[in-house]
Every structure is written in structure tokens, then in C-alpha cells.
Design a protein around this ligand. Structure first.
Ligand SMILES: O=C(NO)c1ccc(Cn2ccc3ccc(C(=O)NO)cc32)cc1
Ligand SMILES: [Zn+2]
Length: 601
């Protein structure tokens, strides 16, 4: 299994710049690259990466996607003066040439190909290329939207031919629709293209009908083009995560790509003047982490847009940090997507229902009900951070983004270590192996355990030797129940007994809702009847017949992949509708999971 993360950056790509006054193009500045690279150095991330040199993409490689006419026009600009450059630039929508543009664009292409080679050869597991000019708007025969050559499309075509790949996923999380990439692959079933983008019912640039959710691909490529339009600004972390859970990831796992490429634009992040969205840089750690679960981790991230230098560079760092294998930061703020996001998600799922099994049997009526009932799901700025975020996206508040990011990122990147985790370990000697934020707790003493068991858990604990393992579990659980830590880890040779005791102990202690996820076979299925426990049991064979409790779900391995996380998101979304006593999942042979609503009795 390959390991290591490639980082590809070449200062040469900062020489491309705007020579004249153009309010449309003046945001695409060289500092986008140098500022991001400096931030990576500042967080000591560059030194942890395998630095791979860029190279010029050859003309042949560029011709994999572009016409020779387009290549010739681009080549001819190298010797032009400013007036000629301005004239040629005027032939395109939102593009500018500089005498060094052609060379920079070839290096941007070559950087992407170097990244593909490093990953496909096993030299590294994944990587990121910091490039400009970007690529996802450029088309076979045209430059567009700051893009001259389509770096990601060329990388995909190159990977198909050089490595014989038959399934490549391109995820475009830039806030603009990569229409160039869509046009290039819309008839190609071997390349699955997913893009979300600010759309506002075709009001937002490039204002194309074919950017809407019903552009599903053409001919044999039907189903291989997924557009998720955002019809409102202000989309945040919960909207992006819901889009991954309910659209991209179920389809991506079904597609089972051999390589994943990301058109990684960060203008979908908070503070960006183009995107006007609210998602914080740490969400890109989660998005990256999810994509690392595909294609055996073979993931190539190639920069597209992103114009707020601080937001861009923090998001780049979050991406690289995750590629390196660092744990992802906890997502804070609201967990419910807004109504507009739910409607877009529902629309694109319906549009792709004919092409993907994971959508085919899904009973989405639940979502319809939810969207009619979603006054509860409106973006209610309850907690200050969201309130704060939504306020700072309007233009004259932009200065606050710096302050917000300073605070938000410092806490994320260097968390103040409150004692977050409790663990019981065999010997004090190995205590030093645990990270600082882990508190080692003494096992609960045997007399105390015996008293507890005989009083409340005698029916669960048959043999005396399980008492030992209960001691460590109860010691950790008590630290959590008394809020001294927020999570913990304990080992037990008799997991199902420990779980049964832990569940009853938690409920006895007054918890109203306990979610239990048990992996492996269970001798006894704990009682969940009182409605305060939701048990998700991941095991070899379904055991639903053993208990008809609606709070007990057994999932077998093959089902567990994506349904599982999606179900959890439904649970959390439901949490916001107070008139729920519980929600349960039905899983039948044919159906994947659908969530039904149970009204309070
Ligand atoms: O990032 C991108 N794609 O991924 C991207 C971003 C911007 C543009 C150029 N553009 C196209 C219409 C338009 C209107 C206003 C502005 C403006 O106000 N700029 O300050 C810019 C604009 C092209 C591509
Ligand atoms: Zn963009």
C-alpha cells in the first residue's frame, strides 16, 4: 500500500498576471499561489510532503483534450505585445493573456500529470498540485473563466491512456460550474464528473442551462454527469456534507473509481468574493477525508479557483493536512442543511434515479415530507458562530473574515487540549505513548463493580471473570457521564456484556438518547425497548428477526458502506423536528434504507 503525499508547486506559475485594468479578471492574482504555499510552510506541512517537481505538459498531452487550433493560438501569444494580448484575450469570456501565460499553463498541465504519475506509480498515495492558471472552464477549442488548458481533464485523459483506467471520478468543489470539464466528458461513461456550483436559477456566471441538475450526461455518458446547483448563497458546512452524504458519496461508492481527481476550487469557502458561501476551511478536511476512502486512497487534488487569500490558504492547508493522514477537526455549527440545499439535493437525486442503484430504490418521500415540513430546517442562526458567519459574507463585512479565520483556524489547527479522552491501559509504562489529551483513568475497584452489578446488572453478567473488563469500561463511562471527558476507550474480552451494561448504566444515569454502534456478532441483543437507545448492529448476517424492536437495526457488511452514514445524517436531521419520538430504518433485501417518521404516540 503506497504512502506519502506529493506536493507540486513551481514559482514559475506566478509570472502569469493581468497587464491591464479589468474588474472581471483582477481577482486571479499570482499571490493566490505564493500565499498558499507560504501558509503550508508556516504550518510545517511542506516538509511532511514528498515534493515532486512540476514539468511542462507536452503539446501531445495538451492535444489529448484541446484542438490544435486552440494550442496554436495559445502558443502564438508568447511573443505578443500588450495591445495584441488584450485583443486576443477579448475573444474569450473572462480570460487574460500575459506573455508567460502559455508557459505557465503548460506547467500547470504538467504539474497535474506529475501528480497522476506519482500516485499511479505508487511513489505516493495521494497529493496536491498548486497550479495557475486554473482549468475547469477551458474547453476543447476555447479559453474561459481564467482557464487556458483544462488541467484536470487532461490528467483524466492521460491516466486513462497511460494506465488503462476505466473508471475515473472527478469531483469539482469549486463554487463555479466546470462547464469545460462537463463538455469534455459528458458522453464518456468512464469519467464520472460531479460539480456543485453557485447557480441561483441560472443567474450566476457562467449562467448556463446545462449547469442545472437535469444535465445528466449524453448518450452512453448518461448518468456520468452530476450537477448540484446552489440556488442561494450562504451555503455552509452542513449543506456541503449533506451533498456528499446524499448525492456524491453513494454514487461514488457504487461507481467504485480507480482514481479520484479533484478540481479543487476554494471559492466555495467562507469569505470568497465570488462564492459568497459560509463553509469554513475545516470542511475541506472532511470532504478530502471522504474521497480518500475511494480508489484505495489514490487521490489527486488540483487547484482551481479561490480568491480570498486567507480563506484559500487555510483551506489548502486543511486539504493537505488531511491528505497527510491527520485526523479531521470536529465540525461545529448547525448540522441541518437549509431548505434550498435539500431541494437541490432532492432534484439531482431524482434526476439520477434511473442511472444509479443506490438511488433507484430509495424512498425519497421522507425528503419530500421534510422539505414541506422544513420550516424547522430553515437556516436559523442559533449558534453565534453560524450567526457570525452569515453576517460576515456581505461585502462591507469582509474585513471580519480575517479575524474570524484567525480565531477559527487557530483553535482547529492547534486545539487547546482540554482533557477529551479517557483510557484505561494495562501498565502505567505505556501511558506515555498516549497523546497529551488522553487522560489515563484507574479501573473501578472490584467491590464497587460487584455492588453495581448485583444491584442493577445481575441479569446481564453471568460469569465472574467479566467483572474485570466491566471495571475499565465503567471507569471510562463514569468520566464521560460526569463530563470530565467527552469520549473514551476501553478494551473488553466480553464486548456484548460490557455494551449491555454500559447502555443500561447510561440510561440509568439519565441519558435520553443513546446511539450504540456494535460491530461484530453479539451473543445477546441488549434491550432497547424504552426508546432511549438506538442500536445499529453491523454484523455478518442480519438478525432483525431475533428482535422486532424498531430501535434495533442490523446491517450486514455489504450494506453498511454508504447507507450507514446517510442513515446517521437522517437521524441528526430528524433531531431537529421536535415532534419525533424516534425514527427507525427499514432495510429489506431489495431496498436500501429509507427513513420513516414515527409521530409521538
Ligand atoms: O473561479 C472561477 N472559476 O472557477 C472564476 C471566477 C471569476 C471569473 C470571472 N468572472 C466571470 C463573471 C464575473 C463577474 C464578476 C466578477 C468579479 O466581480 N470579479 O471580481 C468576475 C467574473 C471566472 C471564473
Ligand atoms: Zn471558481
Amino acid at each position: 500500500m503506497a504512502s506519502g503525499t506529493a506536493l507540486i508547486y513551481d514559482e514559475e506559475m506566478t509570472s502569469h498576471k493581468l497587464l491591464w485594468n479589468d474588474p472581471i479578471c483582477d481577482i486571479e492574482v499570482p499571490e493566490r499561489l505564493s500565499f498558499s504555499y507560504e501558509q503550508l510552510k508556516c504550518y510545517h506541512l511542506v516538509e511532511r510532503c514528498v515534493c515532486v517537481p512540476a514539468r511542462e505538459g507536452s503539446e501531445e498531452e495538451i492535444l489529448l483534450v484541446h484542438s490544435s487550433e486552440h494550442l496554436e493560438v495559445a502558443k502564438s501569444t508568447q511573443t505578443m505585445n500588450e495591445e495584441e494580448l488584450k485583443r486576443v484575450s477579448g475573444n474569450y469570456d473572462a480570460f487574460f493573456f500575459h506573455p508567460s501565460t502559455y508557459r505557465c499553463a503548460r506547467i500547470a498541465v504538467g504539474a497535474g500529470l506529475q501528480l497522476v504519475d506519482s500516485v499511479m506509480s505508487g511513489k505516493v498515495c495521494n497529493g496536491m498540485a498548486l497550479v495557475r492558471p486554473p482549468g475547469h472552464h477551458s474547453q476543447r477549442n476555447a479559453a474561459n473563466g481564467f482557464c487556458l488548458f483544462n488541467n484536470v481533464a487532461i490528467a483524466a485523459e492521460y491516466a486513462k491512456r497511460k494506465y488503462g483506467l476505466q473508471r475515473i471520478l472527478i469531483v469539482d468543489w469549486d463554487v463555479h460550474h466546470g462547464q469545460g470539464t462537463q463538455y469534455i466528458f459528458e458522453e464518456d461513461p468512464s469519467v464520472l464528473y460531479f460539480s456543485w456550483h453557485r447557480y441561483e436559477h441560472q443567474e450566476f456566471w457562467p449562467s448556463l442551462k446545462e449547469s442545472d441538475y437535469d444535465a445528466v450526461g449524453l448518450g452512453r455518458g448518461k448518468g456520468s454527469n452530476i450537477n448540484l446547483p446552489w440556488n442561494k448563497v450562504g451555503m455552509g458546512n452542513s449543506d456541503y456534507l449533506a451533498a456528499f452524504f446524499h448525492v456524491l458519496l453513494p454514487v461514488a461508492f457504487e461507481f467504485d473509481p480507480e482514481l479520484v481527481l479533484v478540481s479543487s476550487g476554494y471559492d466555495s469557502g467562507i469569505g470568497d468574493p465570488e462564492g459568497q458561501m459560509n463553509a469554513t476551511p475545516d470542511v475541506f478536511a472532511h470532504l478530502t477525508h471522504f474521497l480518500m476512502q475511494l480508489a484505495n486512497g489514490k487521490l489527486c487534488v488540483i487547484l482551481e479557483g479561490g480568491y480570498h487569500l486567507k480563506s484559500l490558504s487555510e483551506s489548502v492547508c486543511m486539504t493537505v493536512k488531511t491528505l497527510l493522514g491527520d485526523p479531521v477537526p470536529q465540525i461545529t455549527g448547525e448540522m441541518a442543511p437549509c431548505l434550498s440545499a435539500i431541494e437541490s439535493i432532492q432534484n439531482v437525486r431524482a434526476a439520477h434515479k434511473p442511472y444509479w442503484k443506490c438511488l433507484m430504490y430509495e424512498d425519497t418521500s421522507f425528503l419530500q415530507n421534510l422539505s414541506t415540513k422544513s420550516h424547522l430546517l430553515e437556516k436559523v442562526n442559533t449558534n453565534p458562530s453560524t450567526e457570525h458567519e452569515s453576517k460576515i459574507t456581505n461585502k462591507d463585512e469582509m474585513v471580519k473574515v480575517e479575524r474570524f479565520l484567525e480565531l477559527h483556524m487557530k483553535n482547529i489547527l492547534f486545539p487547546v487540549p482540554p482533557i477529551k479522552t479517557a483510557a484505561t491501559i494495562e501498565s502505567e509504562a505505556s501511558a506515555h505513548l498516549l497523546p497529551l489529551s488522553v487522560r489515563v483513568v484507574k479501573e473501578m475497584d472490584m467491590n464497587e463493580v460487584k455492588a453495581l452489578v448485583s444491584a442493577f446488572y445481575a441479569d446481564l453478567v453471568k460469569e465472574d471473570e467479566t467483572l474485570l473488563s466491566l471495571g475499565s469500561m465503567l471507569a471510562v463511562l463514569d468520566k464521560i457521564l460526569t463530563k470530565q471527558v467527552c469520549n473514551g476507550i476501553a478494551e473488553s474480552p466480553t464486548a456484548s456484556v460490557s455494551v449491555a451494561v454500559a447502555l443500561r448504566h447510561s440510561v440509568r444515569f439519565g441519558f435520553q438518547r443513546v446511539l450504540c454502534i456494535f460491530v461484530g456478532d453479539m451473543e445477546i441483543i441488549p434491550n432497547t425497548e424504552d426508546g432511549r437507545i438506538l442500536m445499529i448492529h453491523i454484523c455478518e448476517k442480519q438478525q432483525s428477526e431475533k428482535t422486532n424492536s424498531k430501535h434495533y437495526i442490523s446491517l450486514n457488511w455489504k450494506e453498511v458502506r454508504f447507507t450507514f452514514i446517510r442513515s446517521l445524517v437522517y437521524v441528526r436531521m430528524h433531531r431537529f423536528e421536535e415532534n419525533f419520538s424516534s425514527c427507525y430504518f427499514s432495510s429489506s433485501r431489495r431496498q436500501s434504507h429509507s427513513v420513516k417518521r414515527v409521530r409521538r404516540r
